[in-house]
Design a protein around this ligand. Structure first.
Ligand SMILES: [Fe+2]
Ligand SMILES: [Fe+2]
Length: 419
């Protein structure tokens, strides 16, 4: 499974867990509320037959009080553990307790709880031992709308009803989790396909930028006495040295772009100086040096080409500070530029130019060694010396178009790692 697939999968999994937990909590909360109201409806079903007219809760005669007590006893014969009728001042008028559940009633009395006295029905769940009971308060209304008194009862919820209601909540919860899971599974291929499109578009964009880098590098090679293949060779040498030094992939990409574009500023140097077959005088050399600033200026037009900037701007700096343009010293020169300086000089020495024959490998390495500490970074030159011979033999024995092809492979590896 590729990295991006794994990331999508992990994120979907995290979203699935988060949505399942959140909706699970919401559904459970709503389920419990619904369960409570169903229980209250069950407990109060019998109360509907009560009317204030039949309950003269104040100033009762003995007969009326007995009738009310009979009514209370009637309630406790069914599901109620205990009931009380109270007048509007909350004084008990009649009461009954189911003797079979007297222990529960006592336990509840210990958990003394008073409902607020207002126009609304109230309920609350209590646990007494392993039993669940529902305590309810129902205001009893007079025909005129006023409060005649209150009915307060403790309703025993039988286990079967409780299990049934709990099962309802669990079933709803499972349905919700199943729906979330199904949605997540359906989303996965959709996100994958959208992601593939995004990768394709960004790769097309990247391909355009890499082509632009190669075109610009080739444009300057057409003017300079160097050839395209100089760019391919220095880029190959630079990548191999960077790999040996363990540079980050992003630095290697910068190095490849820099290798292609290091002398792009030479486009702005006139032919009589750029192509002069003799050594340059001081004034001409001053103009030649300006290819560095011209190169930086050309790159500034493209955000993407800024990758090459360090190499373009500092490839003529020297380790002891005697280079140009800034005269940076030692590790103040970016590592990509220090690497590039070594391979650029090495390839210039070992390749054929219209005005010179190639210098033999051993002689070229001797020249590099003499420049260690002054021109070149000692650590990097030592690392290059370790790989130079086999690299040189490999590249110098490879036809130009094969050098280009091999560099394309390196470009693929560092610029399009997912392809
Ligand atoms: Fe240069
Ligand atoms: Fe060069």
């Amino acid at each position: 499974m590729s990295g991006i697939h794994r990331i999508i999968l992990y994120r979907l999994l995290a979203a699935w867990v988060a949505v399942s937990v959140l909706t699970g909590v919401a559904v459970s909360w709503m389920g419990i509320r619904k369960m409570d109201s169903q229980l209250v409806a069950l407990a109060t079903a019998d109360l509907e037959r009560l009317s204030a007219a039949s309950l003269p809760l104040l100033n009762q005669t003995e007969l009326q009080r007995r009738a009310l007590n009979d009514l209370a006893t009637d309630f406790v014969r069914q599901h109620f553990i205990a009931v009380e009728f109270r007048d509007r001042n909350r004084n008990e008028v009649a009461a009954a307790v189911n003797p079979l559940h007297a222990d529960i009633e006592q336990e509840l009395r210990r958990q003394a709880y008073s409902f607020p006295l207002d126009d609304d029905r109230h309920y609350r769940n209590f646990s007494a031992g392993d039993q669940t009971v529902l305590r309810i308060l129902v205001p009893l209304k007079e025909p005129a709308g006023g409060i005649a008194g209150y009915f307060e009862g403790t309703f025993l919820i039988d286990q079967e009803t409780l299990d049934e209601l709990r099962q309802d909540v669990i079933t709803t919860l499972l349905v919700v989790v199943f729906a979330v899971t199904l949605t997540t599974i359906c989303l996965y291929p959709v996100i994958l396909s959208l992601n593939r499109d995004v990768i394709r578009y960004s790769n097309d964009l990247l391909k355009g930028n890499v082509e632009l880098m190669e075109v610009l590098g080739s444009a300057i090679a057409k003017r300079d006495s160097a050839t395209n293949v100089h760019n391919y060779r220095v880029a190959s040498y630079a990548v191999k040295l960077a790999e040996k030094l363990g540079l980050e992939h992003s630095e290697i990409r910068d190095l490849v772009a820099g290798a292609f574009l290091h002398d792009v500023g030479k486009i702005g140097i006139s032919d009589n100086i750029l192509l002069k077959p003799a050594p340059l005088d001081e004034q001409e050399f001053e103009i030649m040096r300006s290819h560095v600033t011209l190169g930086v200026d050309i790159l500034s037009k493209s955000e993407w080409l800024q990758k090459a900037r360090d190499v373009v701007e500092y490839h003529h700096e020297k380790f002891d500070g005697s280079g140009y343009l800034k005269g940076l010293v030692g590790e103040a020169i970016p590592v990509t530029a220090r690497i590039f300086a070594i391979v650029d000089v090495f390839d210039a020495l070992t390749s054929r130019r219209p005005y010179k024959e190639p210098v033999p490998f051993a002689e070229a390495m001797g020249i590099l060694q003499r420049g260690v500490g002054s021109h070149f970074d000692p650590r990097l030159t030592k690392a290059f010396a370790g790989i130079a011979e086999s690299l040189y033999l490999e590249i110098s024995n490879t036809p130009d178009d094969a050098v280009e092809w091999r560099l394309q492979e390196l470009i693929k590896r560092y610029f399009f790692p997912d392809r």
